[in-house]
Design a protein around this ligand. Structure first.
Ligand code: GLU
Length: 307
């Protein structure tokens, strides 16, 4: 146990790590080390259709090469076999979380809506931000093959202070509607897995990119419904972008760590480049993993509100 916060680095093995992941890693390790905290490595392979063992193997190698040491969930542990920190090894825990929602009196229901159905309902946001209007709430569908599971949520706002972005107020019922916990194909969803895992693993500081800021209200609500007493704190950092403004993605081979490494860049070169792109250093000089903490010695902009 550490006196400082417990945070996590939680990549999905759906592609190779790129500079965007490295920016996240710099924040995660830098903030944890500067605050005497711990870093948990979690493999977020909940999406069984897109996750690949070879991507997991590659990301473990990349972390070792970068010299980023984790406090729980070592790369060796993942290589050896099953781990409580790998989502695909944790179906039992997700089933138990469903049971605990049921026994706390929360309402779950089967949903067989396809993306097309959702679009017809008028949800106009892409992917996981589609607002679900409750089409299946009263249809009495039994969850099973072809039928996912949703949770009825209250229409109330969630407020929190992001340590970087300041006070936030979100209304999950209007943003996303009843969240999907398991999809029609049997995949546990991102929203459900992260909340169950963060609670189970004692993660109390979540440091991630601003693209996930909108998910935070629903995750806070879900955590409370699962019985989490003290909510985690959140710090959503800016994302780095291509010069044309596009978000970096696993499809951008130009920024994949292994290609940059194959082109002769050292780990320190890449850490320095990512820290510079993230605005944490005025230049891109090489940076050792041990030198990340000094980048975060000063409190984050809204960190004082949480003391
Ligand atoms: N697994 C997510 C990703 O790779 C991160 C999830 C999170 O930090 O909540 O983008």
């Amino acid at each position: 146990m550490t006196a400082g916060p417990t945070t996590r680095f939680a990549p999905a093995p759906t592609g190779y790590l790129h500079l965007g992941h490295l920016v996240n890693a710099i924040h995660v390790w830098g903030i944890a080390r500067a605050r005497g905290g711990a870093v948990v490595l979690r493999i977020e392979d909940h999406d069984r259709g897109r996750s690949r063992p070879e991507y997991e193997a590659a990301l473990l190698d990349d972390l070792d090469w970068l010299g980023l040491e984790v406090d729980r969930g070592s790369t060796t542990e993942f290589r050896v076999g099953s781990s409580p920190l790998r989502q695909s090894d944790n179906a039992t825990r997700y089933h138990a979380a469903l049971d605990s929602l049921r026994s706390a009196g929360h309402q779950l229901y089967g949903c067989d809506c396809s993306r097309k159905d959702l679009a017809r309902e008028g949800g106009d946001e892409p992917d996981h931000h589609t607002c679900y209007g409750g089409r299946c709430r009263d249809r009495g569908l039994e969850p099973g093959p072809g039928v996912g599971i949703r949770l009825v949520i209250e229409n109330r706002p969630e407020s929190f202070t992001d340590l970087i972005r300041g006070p936030q107020r979100q209304r999950p019922a209007l943003q996303c509607g009843d969240p999907l916990l398991r999809d029609r194909l049997g995949n546990w969803t991102y929203q459900f897995c992260v909340v169950v895992d963060d609670l189970e693993q004692g993660v109390d500081l979540i440091i991630r990119g601003e693209d996930l800021l909108e998910s935070t209200g629903r995750q806070l609500m879900l955590a409370r419904m699962l019985g989490r007493a003290a909510p985690p704190r959140f710090a959503h950092h800016s994302l780095i972008r291509h010069p044309d403004g596009a978000k970096l993605s696993k499809a951008n081979h130009d920024t994949s760590l292994r290609e940059l490494r194959a082109a002769g860049q050292t780990a320190a070169d890449l850490l320095g480049r990512a820290a510079n792109l993230a605005g944490l250093m005025p230049d891109a000089r090489p940076l050792a993993p041990g030198a990340l903490a000094p980048l975060f010695r000063a409190p984050l902009r809204f960190e004082h509100t949480m003391l």
